[in-house]
Every structure is written in structure tokens, then in C-alpha cells.
Design a protein around this ligand. Structure first.
Ligand SMILES: [Zn+2]
Length: 525
């Protein structure tokens, strides 16, 4: 007995194998039959002639940790065909911590959802369940190393003591046993920036024990990318945990053109036996906090420490660094302020050049002013990559694609400023570019957003269209699927996505989201 039959479509099964014409039947949340001329009553039949039937897209690099708490529709992801998201990235998650550190973690978080920060993954999920909060995409949670570290020893800029490391290991192990998928690193941010490789290897051994993975926002994503990659390989070699390079890039104008060199670096490591994988996003701009422009030493110890440094003689050193980084009008125009969270409205939506003209300050002083006025909490978009490099990364057949974005509503009034278009368009954009530029066949492109991310993460019951697997499905028109979100107007629905099923039930039908909220926390077993 079938619940749904998708009739007349082309199955792009996620493995990279050639697409084929077949009907697909869904029953009891699973894919129960694939073949010609499936018929059964009382199944609902959807005519999907001319459309591709693919596994629901898996966003391997998501920051949707708390999106559903703000809006359970998770619109910007669901409308892209995303059914599962790997969250807790770049070292930051909603847990874990020691009981006595909880208040400090909450105080360091400026978001409204900070009340949900929890001492453990299990507690976090229990609180979500008790509050009867729903979600529209599945979430796979990672333990953020930065959160774990701050949750044990605070934001101190120093190595963890042996006793603290033992505590970190035990909290990590507890949360991996509770279903977390690995440990994310955010080594370019505080407090991850204060960790040495020995600490990461010790934690990596726990991750390896449970066959999790370690996705990393690396220590450096520009000049010192090779050294940062070496650090990741060392973690793999000495801990046994699989490592993953998140949002791989050649950042900063001095590094434009280095993508081939960086790709070769990874390929050589893979050939020498290092278990390392990669994801990229199809945009030339990054998005991060204002202090991402600062020298790394100046962000050690936490945002409060950074702000204190601006009141000492170190301000001059930071100023000199920023003056060099922002020496031309073009430099200033490449950094754009999305939102100051109501702390400095005059800066919202402006680039640093424009704002410096209005304030009659140098660009470096403008950045320092924004930092101080917002308590270092301004969100920025930085045009820090070149197109040829991004294209080169995107053309790698074994690189997964992740958004580095979060689920947001389409209503501009429900958003803060103009967020990065990657939140709204990553997956349709990738499929459009693969079609237009020809760097990947449809089958390969789909594999990079379904089976490949599932394999990297260790998710075994989704990511492929196969009898018996969970029926997370995205049905789209391969000829027209496209993003429409731009930097100027990000709040645009993609086109070409017809139906999305989550666990066998329709989350999106005929291009419109249904009333069902079918997402859940998926647990590592
Ligand atoms: Zn990151």
C-alpha cells in the first residue's frame, strides 16, 4: 500500500549514476518501490512528468541551529529543496557547558534564542520538545568546539589544563553518545583561536571512537591556508577522526588565483591517506562578524577582551593593521554591514567606504567605530574572493556544497538588514551554474548535495533514492531550476522546485509550502 506515487519522473538517485525514467512510490515514510507503471489505490498520484526526482538536498554546512525557534517554517532552506541541515558549525553550538558556565555562555550570546543554550545536547532537545517547538527541515547537530571550550574554561586565551581537557573530553563524549555527529572547529574565531593542536587531537580521538567527523572553519583562510590545512591533516593522522574543510576559499585579494594550489594541497593529502573532505559555497562573498577583519591576536580572549583592547595602546596596532587592509576605496566597498542589531542604525546596509565618507573618518577608524558602537556585534558581508577561484573549487567533482547560511523567512520585515543571498539561493544556484557552465552533470551535481554529504557526515538512511530508505525527496525541473536571491534583494524564492517530501510527507507541493512541519533532530546511532 502506497501513500504517494510520483509518476513519470526521472530518477536522479544521488549516487552519480545515470538518471533513469521510473515511478517512485512512498509508503509509511519510506521509498517502497521504484519502477515502471506503479499503480495502487488509494495512493495519491502526483504527475511529475519532465521533472527530476532527487534525494532531498543535504546542507552540509548550515547555521540553522536556532532558525526554527524564530520561524518554524524554515522557509529559505525548504524552498531550496533542502530537507536536512548539518548545524553547530564553525565551533559554535547551543551546548554543551558546565552548569557553572551556563550564565557566561548566555551573556556572550546576543541572540534572542540564547535562553535555549543548554548544558547538554540531550537537555537542549528536551527543552525544545517541552516547549513544543516544531521545525520544517531535519537538523543534524555537531558539538561546537568553541562552545565546548568556553563551557569548560570560559573565554581565556590560554591552553586548557590537563583537568580541563579531561572535562572537555567527557562532555564531548556524552553528547556524541546522545546523538551528535562530530565536533566542529572555529579556529579563526574566539575562543577556538586559543586552542592548540594537541587539544584538538585529544578531542579528535573521542570523535574517532564514535566514527564522527570534524568539520573545520580553519585557523586561516587566506595567506596561511597551507599551514591551516596541515594542521587539519595532523588532527586526522594523530586522532584517526575524519576531518572536513568547511567553506574552502582563497580569501583576501593577496590570495586571488591560489585555488588550484589549495586544491592540489588537499588532493596530495588524500593520496597520502589523509581522510579529508571539502565543502564550498557558490558565492564570492563571505559573511561574518565585524571583528573578522581584525588581526587574529586581537580577537583572542573573547569579544569583551577585543573591546577592552580598543581602550589601550593596542588600539593603534589594530588601527595600523586595518589601515593597511583598507587602503583603497575598493577595499572599503568590499565590506558591507548587513545589520548592527539596532545598535548603530546609521551603519546598516552601508559599505565601509560609504560610511567613512558620512562619518568623515578614515576607513580603519570607521571599522573601529562600528565595532565599539555595536559591542563588536555587527554582521557583515565581505567580498573577499574572486570568481575564478570560486569556479575552480566548484568544479571539483568530489567537493560537497554547503550554504554556510541559515533558514530565514522571505518577509524582509522579519529579517535584520539584507542577509547574504546564500541563505536563500545556494542549492538552486549551484544546479543552475552546473547546467550553464557545464562543470558537472546533473547526476554529479546532485550527488554533491545528497549522497556525498550524507557519506561525509555518516548519515546512512537518507541521501540516496533506494528502496527502504527514508523518503526525503526533492522534485524539480532541471532545465529551469535557478536562484533569484541577490545581494541587493536576497528575499527571492528560487524557481523550478515543485515538491519536497520529508519522511514521506509533503512539505512543499506545487511550489508552495504546506502546513506540515516535518523536520526533526536526526541522531547519530
Ligand atoms: Zn565558518
Amino acid at each position: 500500500m502506497y501513500d504517494f506515487i510520483l509518476k513519470g519522473g526521472t530518477i536522479v538517485d544521488g549516487t552519480g549514476h545515470k538518471a533513469y525514467a521510473a515511478d517512485l512510490a512512498i509508503g509509511d515514510g519510506k521509498i517502497v518501490a521504484i519502477g515502471p507503471d506503479l499503480n495502487s489505490r488509494p495512493a495519491k498520484v502526483l504527475d511529475v512528468t519532465g521533472l527530476a526526482v532527487a534525494p532531498g538536498f543535504i546542507d552540509i554546512h548550515s547555521h540553522s541551529d536556532t532558525s526554527f525557534l524564530i520561524d518554524e517554517r524554515c522557509e529559505s532552506k525548504l524552498y531550496q529543496g533542502v530537507t536536512s541541515e548539518v548545524a553547530g558549525q564553525c565551533g559554535a553550538s547551543m551546548f554543551p557547558c558546565l552548569e557553572e558556565r551556563l550564565a557566561q555562555l548566555i551573556a556572550a550570546d546576543a541572540s534572542e534564542e540564547r535562553a535555549y543554550i543548554s548544558t547538554s545536547y540531550a537537555e537542549f532537545r528536551t527543552r525544545i520538545a517541552q516547549a513544543e517547538r516544531r521545525m520544517s527541515t531535519n537538523l543534524l547537530s555537531l558539538v561546537g568546539h568553541g562552545t565546548l571550550r568556553a563551557g569548560v574554561l570560559g573565554y581565556d586565551n590560554r591552553p586548557a589544563t590537563a583537568a580541563e581537557l579531561v572535562t572537555m573530553v567527557s562532555l564531548l563524549e556524552r553528547d556524541l553518545l546522545a546523538g551528535a555527529w562530530g565536533l566542529s572547529l572555529g579556529l579563526g574565531y574566539t575562543p577556538g583561536v586559543s586552542a592548540d593542536v594537541a587539544e584538538l587531537i585529544a578531542l579528535g580521538k573521542v570523535v574517532a571512537k564514535y566514527n564522527g567527523h570534524i568539520p573545520a572553519h580553519m585557523r586561516d583562510q587566506g595567506d596561511n591556508t597551507p599551514q591551516s590545512l596541515d594542521e587539519m591533516y595532523a588532527i586526522n593522522r594523530q586522532s584517526g577522526a575524519r576531518v572536513h574543510i568547511a567553506h574552502f576559499k582563497a580569501g583576501g585579494k593577496d590570495n586571488f588565483g591560489r585555488a588550484p594550489e589549495f586544491v592540489r594541497h588537499v588532493t596530495r593529502a588524500q593520496q597520502s591517506g589523509v581522510a579529508v573532505t571539502v565543502d564550498v559555497y557558490p558565492y564570492t562573498a563571505a559573511s561574518s562578524g565585524i571583528t573578522n577583519s581584525f588581526p587574529k591576536w586581537s580577537i583572542q580572549g573573547g569579544l569583551e577582551q577585543t573591546l577592552l583592547r580598543l581602550q589601550t595602546k593596542e588600539r593603534a596596532t589594530i588601527y595600523a593593521f586595518l589601515s593597511q587592509a583598507f587602503s583603497t576605496r575598493e577595499d572599503g566597498e568590499s565590506l558591507y554591514i548587513v545589520s548592527t542589531n539596532d545598535r548603530f542604525p546609521q551603519a546598516d546596509g552601508k559599505d565601509i567606504w560609504q560610511l567613512s565618507q558620512e562619518l568623515a573618518l578614515s576607513m580603519a577608524e570607521t571599522i573601529l567605530t562600528v565595532t565599539e558602537r555595536t559591542q563588536a556585534r555587527a554582521v557583515c558581508i565581505s567580498h573577499s574572493m574572486n570568481q575564478a577561484d570560486v569556479d575552480f573549487f566548484l568544479a571539483q567533482a568530489d567537493y560537497a556544497v554547503g550554504s554556510d547560511g541559515r533558514a530565514l523567512p522571505f518577509d524582509p520585515a522579519a529579517n535584520k538588514g539584507k542577509p547574504h543571498p546564500r541563505n536563500f539561493g545556494t542549492f538552486p544556484r549551484f544546479l543552475r551554474q552546473a547546467r550553464e557552465q557545464g562543470f558537472a552533470t546533473l547526476e554529479t551535481a546532485i550527488r554533491r548535495i545528497s549522497e556525498l554529504p550524507a557519506a561525509i557526515v555518516g548519515l546512512t538512511d537518507r541521501g540516496v533514492i533506494k528502496q527502504g530508505l527514508v523518503a526525503d525527496l526533492t522534485v524539480f525541473c532541471p532545465q529551469i531550476i535557478s536562484d533569484r536571491a541577490t545581494y541587493r534583494d536576497p528575499f527571492q524564492r528560487p524557481v523550478g522546485i515543485e515538491h519536497v517530501f520529508v519522511a514521506g510527507r509533503p512539505a512543499l507541493l506545487h511550489g508552495q509550502q504546506t502546513e506540515l512541519r516535518l523536520g526533526a533532530f536526526l541522531l547519530r546511532r
